[in-house]
Design a protein around this ligand. Structure first.
Ligand code: 5RP
Length: 223
């Protein structure tokens, strides 16, 4: 099976975790796009969604799903999103699509994080995928130095030769050279650095279940 087919498989499998009659939290990325396509089949049975990015909002609206502001909904039963990496405890690296801040916000107001991913995302130790960190631009170079002190190399993510600007008007650093053996401690530390808006380690908001697309089918990993 191709990676695209595996994404379709897990996108569809996530449907059975969506309680009918309730607003669903929707992440961002190519795997989530498959989930959004699957959601179209039950769009008349859910009131709508809370979205983690402008890109997902556009897709949801295009298929006729109402998008609520996060402030209009107190809590969500389920948040469905992809990951760049997921470890054996359900901790993840996210933000490859630059949507990590809103993803963490929607995940925080959800009771259950359902991660959908193909098997290439499963790792023993987080950190091989360049870690996305959303930063306030005036703090960029100091944060680059703080990562260097931890052995990481941080680079500003570019788009068309200029720093990429997120949905929140900020920049992204991608950090290589890290081996994140204690994701919760790492997330807690980096979160405290002035100018860090969001670090792309999801340990506080880790997955409750991962639907992993494999050549043998969908494996549900419960954490
Ligand atoms: C976006 C994300 C995505 O969930 C992550 O990058 C995985 O994306 P894809 O499903 O395209 O591989 O965190 O900010």
């Amino acid at each position: 099976m191709t990676q695209d087919e595996l994404k379709t498989l897990v996108g569809r499998a996530a449907l059975k975790y969506v309680p009918l009659g309730q607003v669903v939290g929707v992440g961002t990325g190519s795997t989530v796009n498959k989930f959004i396509e699957a959601l179209a089949t039950i769009k008349d049975q859910i009131p709508g969604a809370v979205s983690s990015s402008e890109a997902s909002t556009e897709r949801l609206r295009a298929i006729g799903i109402r998008v609520f502001d996060a402030n209009e909904v107190e809590d969500l039963a389920v948040y469905v999103d992809g990951a760049d990496e997921i470890d054996g405890q359900g901790c993840m690296v996210k933000g490859g699509g630059a949507a990590l801040t809103r993803e963490k916000i929607v995940a925080a107001q959800s009771r259950r994080f359902v991660c959908i991913a193909d098997e290439s995302k499963r790792v023993q130790v987080l950190g091989k995928f360049p870690l996305p960190v959303e930063v306030i631009p005036m703090a960029t170079q100091r944060i680059v130095r703080q990562f260097a002190a931890l052995g990481g190399t941080a680079r500003v993510r570019l788009q068309d030769g200029k720093p990429l600007v997120t949905d929140n008007g900020q920049h992204i650093l991608d950090v290589t050279g890290l081996a994140i053996r204690d994701p919760l401690a790492f997330e807690t530390e980096v979160n405290q650095w002035p100018g860090v808006l969001t670090v792309g380690v999801f340990a506080q908001q880790k997955a409750a279940v991962c639907l992993l697309g494999t050549s043998g089918g969908v494996q549900a990993l419960n954490f």
